[in-house]
Design a protein around this ligand. Structure first.
Ligand SMILES: Nc1nc2c(ncn2[C@@H]2O[C@H](COP(=O)(O)OP(=O)(O)OP(=O)(O)O)[C@@H](O)[C@H]2O)c(=O)[nH]1
Length: 374
């Protein structure tokens, strides 16, 4: 191959995550057997000295399966994953491999954060690979319980650009809707699609540009609709620090501290349960412009303080003195901003930002952002 002669365009990478037994391997097998004509390199991450999943994966001549055997992606991310990716890059350049995209299947226990950060923090990786999206498989049958018991599962949902719900065949519609509603509250950014034994339209999970600043900020309208009428300002952040990590109050009462608004109780009646998840989201909206200096200072500060608890954040910004939409997004402490398209004549200008994180102090963000408006 003469791949080495070409200026390579960045190889898209999909991170496939989901809790133990959720159906990641089933989905991956489906992708690999489908005749989609795309050459995919798969990085498998396994616990323990011996990989089991590799034997279960259907091998195809078009695919290269590389396995990481020594532990969890999140613990070895600075080492193994970087080494494997650089090795993939070198082999591609040397013509020993030929793939056009990479899928990383993470262990069910992994937090996708460090995996994602690798693509922004390691220059050699970032120059050759582009993180496309995080896809999280959630088991309809066991998902509720897993979310109750495993903080990593909440992280996986919080990070996702797409949520695929497997095993819907095993539950009734009410259970599915309850799970769906909970997922929307943890992560209103991600679309939610049922997937039967890994059967999924590849267009739904590949080339999503989830980490691209220009991608539209799609927030599930349900997130706002089923909340309080002014949810944009008072959207329940289900991430208040109640001193317990992922306990749940299947409750009557609004979880927002000091809130005694009965309409909130009513609003929660729409859900089957009220899950006070440690990971949650809130949205800031305003049609007043931001003062760029103040905003930069504020965001820089909160990212320093809350970076580890911020999973994903993303927004369209209406800036004073700028006739373009500004786009910004981040993962933990890594924040990026870019100029988007110009505001159209007559277009209603405004900002919309979504923050997904663990026990974030919503008021600090909301009031702080408010202070940055002109
Ligand atoms: N009923 C039903 N079973 C499913 C579906 N999808 C996957 N399964 C089954 O769920 C089990 C676990 O699926 P896997 O694909 O191995 O899950 P995994 O996420 O790769 O599991 P780990 O690698 O252990 O984390 C298997 O027995 C699958 O056949 C589905 O849509 N419906």
């Amino acid at each position: 191959m003469k791949a080495a002669d070409k200026t390579p365009k960045q190889i898209p990478v999909t991170v496939l995550t989901g809790f133990l037994g959720a159906g990641k391997t089933t989905l991956l097998n489906r992708i690999l057997t489908e005749h989609h004509g795309r050459r995919i390199a798969v990085i498998e991450n396994e616990f323990g000295p011996e990989g089991v999943d590799n034997d279960l994966l259907i091998q195809d001549r078009d695919e290269q399966i590389i396995e990481m055997n020594n532990g969890c992606v999140c613990c070895t991310v600075r080492g193994d994953l970087v080494r494997i990716l650089i090795d993939l890059k070198d082999k591609q350049r040397a013509g020993a491999l030929n793939y056009e995209r990479v899928i990383i299947e993470t262990t069910g226990m992994a937090n996708p954060g460090p995996v994602c950060q690798t693509f922004f923090m390691e220059d050699e990786v970032a120059s050759y690979f582009r993180l496309d999206a995080v896809i999280t498989v959630v088991d309809a049958k066991h998902g509720m319980q897993t979310l109750d018991e495993q903080p990593e599962a909440l992280n996986q949902v919080g990070f996702a650009d797409r949520l695929l719900v497997s095993k819907v065949d095993l539950v009734d519609d009410a259970d599915y809707q309850a799970l769906r509603s909970r997922l929307v509250h943890i992560n209103p950014r991600a679309t939610i699609t049922p997937v039967n034994f890994g059967e999924v339209d590849l267009k739904e999970i590949l080339d999503i540009n989830g980490f691209n600043l220009n991608a539209i900020l799609d927030i599930d309208p349900e997130f706002l609709a089923e909340e309080h009428p002014d949810a944009a300002e008072h959207g329940h952040d289900h991430g208040h620090d109640h001193g317990h990590d992922h306990a749940h109050e299947h409750g009557e009462q609004c979880a927002v501290d000091g809130c005694s608004d009965p309409s909130h109780h009513h609003a929660h009646g729409h859900h089957h349960h009220h899950h006070d998840d440690a990971i949650g989201a809130f949205v800031f909206k305003s049609d007043k412009p931001f003062d760029p200096m103040r905003l930069e200072e504020f965001l820089g500060g909160v990212v320093q303080v809350y970076g580890t608890d911020l999973l994903r954040y993303k927004g369209i910004l209406y800036m004073s003195g700028v006739n373009r939409r500004m786009l910004f997004q981040g993962v933990h402490m890594l924040m990026g901003a870019d100029a988007g398209r110009a505001w159209a004549p007559g277009e209603k200008r405004g900002s919309k930002l979504v923050f997904i994180g663990r026990n974030l102090p919503r008021d600090v963000f909301m009031h702080g952002l408010e202070q940055c408006l002109v």
